[in-house]
Unconditional design. Sequence first.
Lengths: 154, 659
Amino acid sequence: MRSDTYLMMCAVVLVGCAGPNDGREKDHHITDSGRVAEVTVRNGSVQQMVGLSYEEQQGALLYNRYCAVCHGQEGRGDGFNSFSLDPRPRDLSDSIYMAALSDAQIEQTISGGGRSINKTQLMPAYGWTLSRREIQGLSSYVKTFATPSRTKKE
Amino acid sequence: MELDVALEGDLLMKGLRKSFAAVSVLFLLVMAVSPMKDSLREWRQVQSRYNRYIESLPQRVKPTEPGLQQVWVPKLERVDRCVTCHLGLKEPALRNAPEPYRTHPAIYHDIEDFGCTVCHEGQGAATEYRESVGKVKYWSSPMLPQAYMEASCGKCHKEAEVPQAPTLNLGRKLLRDSNCAGCHAIDGYDKQWVPGLDGIGSKVNRAWLVNWLRNPAGYFAKTKMPNFLLSDDEANTLADFLMSFKQFAGNSPLDSLPRRLTAATEAEKTRLAERGSTRFREARCISCHAINGKGGYVATELGKVASKVSPVWLYSYIRNPKHFQPGVLMPRYRFNDIDLQGIVAYMQSEFLDYDADFPAAHTIDPGFYEKGLAIFRKYNCSGCHGLKGVSDLGERAPALTYIGSKKLYEIDFGKSGIDPTLPSFLKTKILYPREFSKSMKMPQFGYSEKEAEAIAVALLGCTDEKIPDEFMVRRPPGEKFSPQGEFGALVQDLACFGCHVMGGRGRPVATDLSLEASQTQRGWLEAYFKVPYSLRPMLTERMPNFFMTGGEIKTIVDYMETAFIADSLDHRVSGDPGDVAIGRGLFFERYGCHACHQVGSRGGYVGPPLDNVGARLKAGWVFHWLKNPQALKPSTIEPNNNIPDGEAEAITAYLMSLK
């Protein structure tokens, strides 16, 4: 697979409070060297996505629907359902752990579930629910959780 | 003599030869200009830079042949030369290359079959960057900015929910819910139901009405009614005009208030209000009516309703809503008299506007009816609100059926100073309707910028472009499911379609009931109507208690067992203890179902708890659900685990043993 040499800043996920959008134009500049990604969720549905590529946007919508309830809005493994699970869901913002994973491994985890990578069976297998394209989108989005200075090994 | 002529001719020839030589050289130079210009074209440099770039990549990428490339889509009558410079569109290795060489993001439409400009707009046949993007002043169809990209999906996709297009779906939903069709004709949008104004003079008090007309969002923040920016005079005259309409639709009279409410002592009133507050909570009015901002937004805010309407109206209305507002979605609760009085007493004591001023003294202008009628027509109030004798007299707004193809020269940008393009015009118009000219009448909706952009996206998809039928995706025209007989009358009376979908009709707030009797057992259903408990801890909404009689519940459940059932979902499962044990092992150890479902003391909170599932669900449903959840409820987040038949039967046997 190819290596990913982009530095990305942390995806800051804001859980919107009650009240209308103040309408301020946010100036988000996407450069080759760094990106600020932002996903605003209100009442359980994604309201706004900033600084994400097209694939990552599709992934963000799917993540919010299927994954956030256990893995949390910011991927920290602190979702609503996470406290009933033992072992806890993976903290996807752990850059050291995520750096060791290739795209294929992330996609395999989503597609085949925890059992397919010799981990807990509590992580469901989505390979028969989501299409390959959707899983690739999810994997792109999941990679934006990790903090900068992330370097990937093949 | 001959020598002279010959010399002269010779000179002439020499002169001619010289000028011929000079002209030839000039001609050659002129001829060279065109090939030189051609070899210095922008796209040639882009292509040669591409070939140099791909040499630096670790993967092997095929270099491009120099030359113009194009995609020709005869069915859509488009020629797109974007692929001359955008060379890496299909090359997965170039996912992170700099533009214009980057791979196209994953989409479901092949570039060969659709071309580029059908989605991106812009000038497809251009070969220079500036011309193709359309950054030429007053070019009528420049490339769509990224925020408006989904507008092109709307040109062909006319179905209710377009996959992968959330902005478009949001814009269409806002267009429908805001009832833009009340004033503007738009293809595919019908007028929504809006409360009629018959009898408004017997319902509200005048001071409230004036404040409402001046600023609807001041009373109810999420109201669908926009602000017409009326002057004080206009608001007062219009209020006088409306308050003169005292007869309700269908001439229904108001009930008179019972003595218990009017002549009670303070202590009795407090007891009554307490009883009312309990019933109010059981009826879950808050699912549809927000109270001080908390709750649902299907209907109006109730937090200050006692300062808005008379108690006699409240009493009569809750007893039978459709008598006073035909077509309203509110269910008719089967409250007994004392409960109804309690609820009215409760609302009278709690839902008051403590900040309301005393109404000022007011003299009615003698010409109020004509002046009020003129204002009513000017702002086309009857576009949304029915009012007997006055409807269909308003002035309609411009039709929006082909707004996406509006030419720039038809738009007056006034002194707004915005970017002279159609998307920015639409967005500004939606956010600040009277921005472009002082004489405009469109009211101000309270949209955020994102919402205005979404509506602009939905509108930009309404074009007059001729798209062949094989490209169009239309909503299939369905028969609207309309149950008849006793069941149908109950469904109308209780407004089940307000929260449930049945037979493809209704609002998907709660569960789809089309296969309800295949799913749940009869005994559980009957008990549920009596006490609608919370099935999923995660959800904040609950079904209201309508206080139905046993006979009504039986009618409903009988109908469901006959009509909302599918024989194909039957499946016999054994109660064999061996099977049950195998099923338990599969449930916990293999598939980890307790990650989301509670059983006994352990489990998660995502799906419903399964402690009592053997008494609630039917075995056939559980089996087919385990095999393929999405086939039964497409929006579920339960994953399809590809469970083999034998294992699914064992798990079903285990689950049916949990009673």
